[in-house]
Design a protein around this ligand. Sequence first.
Ligand SMILES: [Mg+2]
Length: 347
Amino acid sequence: MMKAWFKKYQLRFHRPAGTSRGVMTTRDGWFLFVKNDSSDYTGIGEIAPLPKLSCDDRPDLESKIDEVCQDINNYKFWLGEGLQDFPSVRFGLETALLDLKNGADRVLFSSEFTTGRAGIPINGLIWMGDAKYMQEQLAQKIGQGFRCIKLKIGAIGFDKELQLIAALRKQHDAAAIEIRVDANGAFGADDAMEKLQALAKFDVHSIEQPVRQGQWPLMAELCQHSPVPVALDEELIGVNAFAKKENLLDTLQPQYIILKPSLHGGMAGCDEWIRLANQRNIGWWITSALESNVGLSAIAQYTFRKNVTIPQGLGTGQLFTNNIPSPLEIASGMLFYKPENKWEFNK
Ligand SMILES: [Mg+2]
């Protein structure tokens, strides 16, 4: 028999993080613990929905976590349809159970990644801020060896953002530095195509969510005609049923989709998205969603098993002042898991 329990936590950002949903200074989540009666170690998972964004950021979330804990021996149901509409809880449960099964040393999938021999290429994320702050971050990321830069745009005005991209391109061509932008839905129906054409002049690799989600005719048209490949992100939120996923991909025909286990059905949900995308020649990458190192490590281990070659969005571990010390380490634009750096859960 198994038992399970949970604990709420709060992470603090080093500096307030400007997102499409306002500025965040802290971020709440839950750790989920599972244990067998017959053993004395405990598997850990993380439940971290994004406020105002995740489909399971809802008032009854904590009571759902409690329900799962009370009924943990029915875990097969919870891993499947029981948590279809609670992706962050499913992801936390998947992680905790895998951890328990593997002896609770936080290695969920043993690989060259978890032995420290191979890394995962990641993008360097540039947060929204004034032009000076964005410029500083850019210089820093390039100095650290990132070959792929992701810029959040839509905060300081498109012209200024374009200037920033132009300056970056002047120093580094597309062969040296890949530029991805994330509009988080900031463009309007009237100006989206014009802005995409302006971005295309600077060899931008892709644009995430150019317009707000839920505008399918407009998004389908942009996916078809945009000179910059379109990557759907927020559009996937709440699209949890298999038939709905198929319908979304077939209707919008994006060039890429962005997968976040905490938001998109856990690992099982992402497996499903990946299968559907591959069948349609749609590219994808995986990103974290401001989890602590517990969730980030699980996502990274999951991602490595997919044999990814293009940069993934897994560079969020250093944003917090009180993150859990872990084997995760970033070097030369790659995320590594260095087993000699130990997890420290009591810090
Ligand atoms: Mg995005």
